[in-house]
Design a binder for this molecule. Structure first.
Ligand SMILES: Cc1cc2nc3c(=O)[nH]c(=O)nc-3n(C[C@H](O)[C@H](O)[C@H](O)COP(=O)(O)OP(=O)(O)OC[C@H]3O[C@@H](n4cnc5c(N)ncnc54)[C@H](O)[C@@H]3O)c2cc1C
Length: 505
């Protein structure tokens, strides 16, 4: 990724931008003063939404635009990282896979160390965790790096780093309400804010997440609605914080008990910011966990293994359970539209969101920012505006692999609604079941499997002849959905060896 030093767009000495240099507090305090209608639009980009997709896009755009204004509906917190209503998913387990860690570090050098200093953890997944896959417990195999932190901490750290750039500022507590456009809706020329103010811009980026109103805004300009593909496994989340109980003998850092189609219930336990556990329970359809306090522990006990229940049964809860239900994979195919206005791009969850259980949304936001950086590398603001249809297609393309992973896994579940799996998907599902069995114990396959899952390597790395022979020589899934014994450390689950159910395949 190119660095600011290589930026060949002339850097303006914009006193307006300069006045926002420095801290996040400085950026927000100055927000009210500037950006009025009539601003010169030529070198100005507006990013709607200061979530992860919007922040990373702003970081990238600041290389080509002398001013980037972010519009964020929430009042952004100052000081301690705290919950805000615009990111309701922050109360549920979030994993940032290695590819996301790597890209965010490239865009914001030094951020990983700062996050770790603030309490985030970098782990090897699955080696550092107790992880029951649909096949069996992972042995002590190395997979991919993951960063675990509260979303509040992660977002605040990214926001602070992004807002250090003097070209970027945020107007928080203000919502976008529509687009402004030239004749025939052919070129987006700015954005309308709730309250009526109009901000002129050469480029508008919609990164307002899953509640994006882009289809309606485009319709107002005379553009057709995008086709939508949906695949909904009706997965429900219920999450709760716990004090970390003292246990000097504990040798795992976190835990993941996955469900299977015949028992679609699972749970994740992760350490957050060095001082608490976040436990997220999940289930499909009628198995979705409730938010009633008295049902949290019984649900944990009903998983395929009692490991998670055993870990939290005596732990002190720090919060009531909270739910998240709208977890469908949904892709708005803007990239297929024949007509697309110049000066407009949609990024992040606003374009494509995934069943969150695979942990891909944040990494995809980073991949889209990387694709955006490549597309605009040699363009000036006017050329970027003219290239927005191509930019839309290229930044969306990064969703293809995680979409394939999420939907083909979700299609294994009988409650899933969506396009039925075709023959190729069914073959892939069957092969991936074998990969999962092999990855449990074979370090080479685990490394390849997690390379793909972390979006670091292409899926083809699981299909080379040597890997295929290795995978196909392994036994199939155990038939019994339940496992009572579990590894109490990172050694192989010796106790299970005697009572392993007969394998199929
Ligand atoms: C339950 C759950 C668990 C998840 N777990 C993971 C995980 O483990 N790993 C992972 O990588 N991803 C995970 N994700 C996905 C991840 O949260 C998102 O992909 C990620 O936050 C990027 O989203 P975004 O920036 O596109 O949108 P968001 O994070 O939704 O941000 C949108 C922003 O736009 C603002 N906004 C909305 N409307 C307006 C408006 N009109 N004007 C101005 N501002 C507006 C909002 O306030 C918000 O700040 C999970 C998602 C869910 C729902």
């Amino acid at each position: 990724m190119d660095d600011d030093a290589t930026d060949n767009h002339p850097r303006t000495t914009d006193s307006h931008a300069d006045s926002y240099a420095g801290s996040q507090a400085g950026s927000q305090a100055g927000d009210r003063a500037g950006g009025r209608a009539g601003d010169h639009a030529g070198d100005h980009a507006v990013v709607l939404g200061a979530g992860l997709a919007g922040l990373l896009a702003a970081r990238v755009l600041a290389r080509r635009f002398s001013r980037v204004t972010m519009i964020e509906r929430d009042e952004l917190p100052q000081g301690e990282p705290v919950f805000r209503p615009g990111i309701p998913q922050s109360r549920h387990a979030h994993v940032l896979w290695s590819r996301g860690v790597e890209l965010i570090e490239l865009m914001l050098p030094g951020i990983t160390d700062k996050l770790v200093a603030a309490g985030a953890g970098l782990y090897d997944s699955p080696r550092d965790f107790l992880w029951l896959s649909p096949a069996d417990w992972f042995g002590p195999v190395s997979g991919a790096r993951v960063l675990l932190a509260s979303r509040e901490l992660l977002d605040q750290a990214v926001r602070q780093e992004v807002l250090r750039n003097p070209r970027i500022r945020v107007r928080s507590g203000e919502a976008a309400a529509g687009l402004a456009a030239g004749p025939g809706g052919r070129t987006v020329t700015g954005v309308e804010l709730r309250g009526g103010e109009r901000l002129a811009a050469r480029l508008v980026v919609d990164a307002t997440g899953r509640t994006s109103k882009a289809p309606a805004w485009l319709a107002e300009l005379g553009h057709p609605a995008p086709e939508v593909t949906r695949c909904d496994s009706h997965l429900g989340y219920s999450s709760r914080y716990f004090e970390i109980p003292d246990d000097p003998g504990r040798r795992w850092q976190g835990m993941y008990v996955q469900g299977r189609p015949e028992l679609p219930r699972g749970g994740v336990l992760m350490p957050l910011d060095a001082d608490r556990w976040l436990v997220t329970l999940v289930g499909n359809g009628e198995h979705a966990p409730s938010v009633r306090e008295e049902e949290f522990l019984p649900f944990a006990r009903s998983l395929r293994s009692p490991a998670l229940y055993d870990a939290i049964r005596d732990a002190t809860p720090l919060s009531a359970p909270t739910a998240f239900r709208n977890t469908a994979n949904e892709w708005r195919h803007y990239e297929r539209l024949e007509r697309w206005p110049a000066g407009f791009v949609v990024l992040g969850d606003a374009v494509c969101r995934f069943n969150p259980v695979y942990g891909h949304g944040m990494t995809v936001a980073a991949l889209a920012a990387e694709a955006l950086a490549k597309e605009i590398r040699t363009l000036n603001p006017e050329e970027i505006s003219a290239a927005s249809r191509r930019i839309q297609r290229r930044t969306t393309a990064v969703a293809a692999v995680p979409w394939q992973i999420a939907t083909s896994e979700d299609m294994r579940y009988p409650v899933t609604e969506g396009p039925p799996p075709d023959r190729a998907t069914r073959i892939l599902q069957s092969y991936m079941s074998r990969v999962m069995v092999a990855a449990n114990t074979d370090p080479a396959i685990a490394s390849r499997f997690f390379g793909v899952l972390s979006l670091t390597s292409p899926p083809g790395t699981l299909l080379d002849p040597v890997t295929m022979v290795r995978v196909l020589s392994k036994r199939g899934l155990p038939t019994a959905p339940h496992t009572t014994d579990y590894p109490s450390h990172h050694g192989p689950p010796v106790a299970r060896a005697q009572n392993r159910p007969p394998a199929v395949g």
